[in-house]
Design a protein around this ligand. Structure first.
Ligand SMILES: Cc1cc2nc3c(=O)[nH]c(=O)nc-3n(C[C@H](O)[C@H](O)[C@H](O)COP(=O)(O)OP(=O)(O)OC[C@H]3O[C@@H](n4cnc5c(N)ncnc54)[C@H](O)[C@@H]3O)c2cc1C
Length: 428
């Protein structure tokens, strides 16, 4: 009979998607004891918010396309994804009685369209595998022996001995869900480099002038360009939505991670330009407008140009150029046309502060991938310490990519940790 209490102990910090799957995959290796320490009173608080409560669990695109949807360090995910890809995730949930269905652009959701069912399946699998989850337990540090091998996890009230520890504490986006950046402090204290953390997939607050008359207006297929002093301009494409405080939508979310976190820089130095018609070259569009106005000299400029853009946006652009929208096409001078063209191709938007972590779907930056072995997720600095999920410096676009990264790195970390502790048992 196996003496369970004497089995090697793997402690996982954080009961989010990465931590839960790490625990399941470790426990399913057998011969190990697995405990999750979670600071909240419940697991998966962020998971419940995903996909607006529907949870875009993964994306069924090929791995190469998934990797391409990560911003900086997608290649780090090559091994974890190869180890546990979207198909493997689909099989895992199917084994728990939850079918994933593919929707537009490869996005996969639970058939029930409920994030709570995804969390339920993970918790059931964890409990069925014998994982012990201790809630209301905040981890503050780890302890290592003289050989640099993990030996315990420190909590607010004591410590828990561990043969391996998987840090799956998330980043610092949506801090109310429990992800408050604790992993950076712990990993940093033990020599890991922390790549500067920024809010990713977040909306941007702008001046009220930029959004005047535009709240609720969506402009499709735009290009948004960020210019910062001493930096090359950076652009992202997609739709943009004006809100009551600024801008959001796919193009904005993608660009947000590149905005500086330093509030002081924002006094006029951070600039955005919206090209509302990126598929038309400046001169081509100019010639089209001349021909439109020549064909309809008595029709108002607003009516002539509304086929190109949402009316509210056109009106805002005209207001900024001091052009009367009711002016007939024949009266629109070359200088007016040129000013309006410049405005539509480079509508200035001024962010007033860094994108807020409170509204960011992911954290950009985190534990440097160079400090982590991508074949195992083990730290290159501390034996027995593993990382999984958003705490790592890897962030991707919307579309199910970030959860797949959490699941893939979690599964790999769990399996590697279990194999390593069992191996070192045999060596002893
Ligand atoms: C509103 C919103 C919608 C999203 N929608 C999607 C989507 O549809 N698809 C998608 O792919 N991604 C989505 N994401 C991103 C996705 O949720 C994250 O990438 C994912 O949750 C990261 O998983 P994780 O396990 O690494 O971290 P988390 O989910 O943040 O879990 C970390 C856990 O660790 C715990 N913890 C933290 N510190 C400690 C500590 N010191 N001691 C003990 N426990 C600790 C936390 O309480 C938490 O339970 C969304 C994010 C948000 C905010």
């Amino acid at each position: 009979m196996v003496d369970f209490c004497r089995s090697p102990h793997i402690v996982i910090v954080g009961a989010g998607p990465a931590g839960l799957l790490a625990a399941i995959s470790a426990a399913q290796q057998g011969g190990v004891r697995v405990t999750i320490l979670e600071k909240n009173a419940e697991a998966g608080q962020k998971l419940l918010l995903t996909g607006q409560g529907r949870c875009n669990v993964t994306n069924f695109s090929p791995n190469a396309e998934i990797i391409a949807r990560f911003f900086d360090n997608g290649k780090f995910l090559y091994k974890p994804l190869h180890h546990f890809d979207a198909e493997a995730l689909r099989d895992f949930f199917a084994s728990q009685g939850l079918r994933l269905v593919e929707q537009e652009r490869g996005r996969a959701f639970p058939e029930t369209q409920k994030a709570r069912d995804v969390l339920g399946a993970l918790l059931k699998a964890a409990l069925d595998s014998g994982v012990d989850i201790r809630y209301n337990t905040q981890v503050t540090d780890i302890k290592c022996d003289d050989c640099g091998h993990i030996k315990a996890v420190v909590t607010a009230t004591g410590f828990v001995t561990a043969d391996a520890c998987i840090l799956a504490v998330g980043g610092c986006s949506y801090p109310r869900t429990g992800s408050t950046g604790d992993g950076y402090a712990i990993a940093g204290r033990h020599g890991h480099r922390i790549v500067s953390v920024r809010a990713g997939l977040a909306p941007i607050h702008t001046t009220t002038e930029d959004i005047f008359g535009l709240q609720g207006v969506s402009v499709r297929d735009i290009r948004l360009t960020l210019t910062l002093p001493d930096h090359k301009p950076l652009s992202c494409e997609g739709d943009l939505l004006f809100t009551h405080f600024g801008i959001t939508g796919p193009a904005v979310l993608r660009l947000s991670r590149y905005l500086p976190q330093d509030e002081e820089i924002y006094a006029g130095f951070v600039r955005l330009h919206l090209d509302a018609l990126p598929n038309y070259a400046h001169d081509v569009l100019g010639r089209m407008w001349i021909s439109d106005m020549t064909e309809s000299p008595n029709v108002s400029v607003k009516h002539i140009l509304k086929k190109y853009l949402p009316t509210a946006f056109l009106l805002a652009a005209m207001r900024r150029c001091a052009i009367n929208p009711a002016m007939p096409g024949r009266e629109c001078t070359k200088a007016m046309r040129s000013a309006l063209l410049n405005m539509v191709k480079a509508y200035p938007i001024t962010p007033i502060k860094p994108p807020p972590f409170e509204m960011a779907m992911v954290t950009a930056g985190g534990v440097d991938t160079k400090n982590i072995n991508p074949k195992t997720m083990q730290s290159k600095l501390i034996r027995g310490l593993y990382f999984a999920g958003e705490v790592i410096d890897v962030d991707g676009d919307t579309g199910g990519y970030n959860l797949q990264a959490a699941f893939s790195t979690g599964h790999l970390a769990g399996q590697s940790a279990a194999e390593a502790v069992k191996m070192s048992e045999c060596d002893d």
